[in-house]
Design a protein around this ligand. Structure first.
Ligand code: PLP
Length: 395
């Protein structure tokens, strides 16, 4: 018999994909240049200029057997050393290669982190609005995902609700800052308060509550925004990182797990990741992309377009009467829909060739996500469409 579990998942169509295909259908009729497709979070800027040269150098200069050979199960040692050194230099924490495990992007990093610290029947707590894939990442491991409703005033953390939710079943808390979909970056005050609460609760409960910090947007933070490095504040932090957005190469599938060296069971966790890989059929990312990531870590694409688009859209939309928390990073913003039903609102937006994503699937009904990873010229042209949409709601 085919698996009822995965069969039932076929019914849960991704709203992001659904909006995107509705946008594509409009594009077929009126041309893609006339559709303001803000549905998908695909980087819109090229990878750094020197990236291809690094590929070429490896392909032409490196011993073929070594380059294309199996990687060690934790990832290539040289690459893990490069990443640890880069983290150490940037953030001052003494990471070593022993704290790094190479994965195929942040999603694979999450699959390992979740299984390393939580067992079936236990719980991981996260905060709305959250990346919808957290559900399969966590529930796929037999672990329960608990969601704290959004603090829509600030999109920081509602600590009262978090405190109520933590129990002896809590294995970890999962945060994503800078956040998809709100674009908000947790402040130092938020991170300190979270660390203090987790320390207190870990002591009370007699077990470590790990903090899984999903950081694919770590480098996409706008000028003047407070952007604390989470591991600095809580030793029991496990970073899930991806180069997808910082180097604009989501199709290459490269990221890592980094465990704070002061984390309890740090070395065991990294070794356990290699065992988890065996169980979930994850083999190390391709050796070629690992070598590239090792040489490129610490560099980024030119990410300035995201800040330009964020500032322009925030200014224009709030002037029209939309309410929105100003994004501090990423390439997303999360305004309030102009009617209670954000799905109906996003359907209405399609009439103006605006492809938006309702907040329901991010656990935050009544809001919608704009992925402004598009050319600024296009973002600017979309302003007129947002105006018409606002007018349709009497603004
Ligand atoms: N976490 C968040 C918050 C994301 O937005 C994404 C991708 O968009 C991921 C994880 C997965 O990243 P990757 O595709 O690099 O595995």
């Amino acid at each position: 018999m085919i698996s009822p579990k995965f069969r039932s998942m076929l019914k849960g169509e991704s709203v992001i994909r659904k909006m995107n295909s509705q946008g594509n259908a409009i594009a077929e009729k009126i041309g893609a240049e006339n559709v303001f497709d803000f549905s998908i979070g695909n980087p819109s800027v090229p990878a750094p200029e020197n990236l291809n040269a690094v590929f070429e150098e490896l392909l032409t200069g490196m011993d073929s057997v070594l380059l294309h050979g199996y990687s060690e199960s934790h990832g290539i040692l040289e690459v893990r050393k490069q990443i640890a050194a880069s983290l150490q230099k940037r953030f001052g924490i003494p990471f070593s290669y022993r704290d790094i495990f190479m994965t195929s992007g942040a999603c694979a990093a999450m699959a390992h982190a979740v299984r390393a610290v939580a067992s079936p029947g236990e719980e991981i707590i996260t905060f709305a609005p959250y990346f919808p894939e957290y559900k399969p990442y966590i529930e796929g491991a037999g672990v329960t995902l608990k969601i704290i409703p959004a603090d829509t005033e600030s999109f920081q953390i509602n600590f009262d609700l978090l405190e109520q939710e933590i129990s002896e079943k809590t294995a970890a808390v999962l945060i994503n800052t800078p956040n998809n979909p709100s674009g908000v970056v947790y402040s130092t005050e938020t991170v300190k308060r979270l660390a203090a609460l987790l320390t207190q609760k870990s002591e009370e409960l007699g077990h470590t509550i790990y903090l899984i910090s999903d950081e694919p947007y770590r480098e996409i933070v706008f000028a003047g925004v407070d952007n604390p490095f989470v591991s600095d504040y809580y030793a029991d932090t496990i970073i899930c990182y991806s180069f997808s957005k910082s180097l604009s190469l989501p199709g290459e599938r490269i990221g890592y797990v980094a465990v704070n060296p002061a984390c309890s069971m740090a070395e065991l966790i990294i070794d356990m990741c290699a065992q988890i890989s065996r169980c979930i059929g994850h083999n190390c990312p391709s050796s070629l992309i690992q070598y590239v990531a090792g040489r490129m870590c610490g560099e980024t694409s030119d990410l300035t377009v995201y800040e330009t688009n964020a500032r322009m859209l925030y200014k224009e939309l709030t002037a029209m009467g939309y309410t929105c928390q100003e994004p501090g990073g990423t390439f997303y913003m999360f305004p309030k829909a102009l009617e209670e039903d954000a799905m109906a609102f996003c359907q209405k937006a399609l009439e103006y060739n605006l492809v938006l994503v309702p907040g329901d699937s991010f656990g935050c009904p009544g809001y919608f996500r704009i992925s402004y990873c598009v050319q600024t010229e296009k973002a600017e042209r979309s302003v007129e469409a947002f105006k018409k949409l606002a007018k349709a709601y009497g603004l």
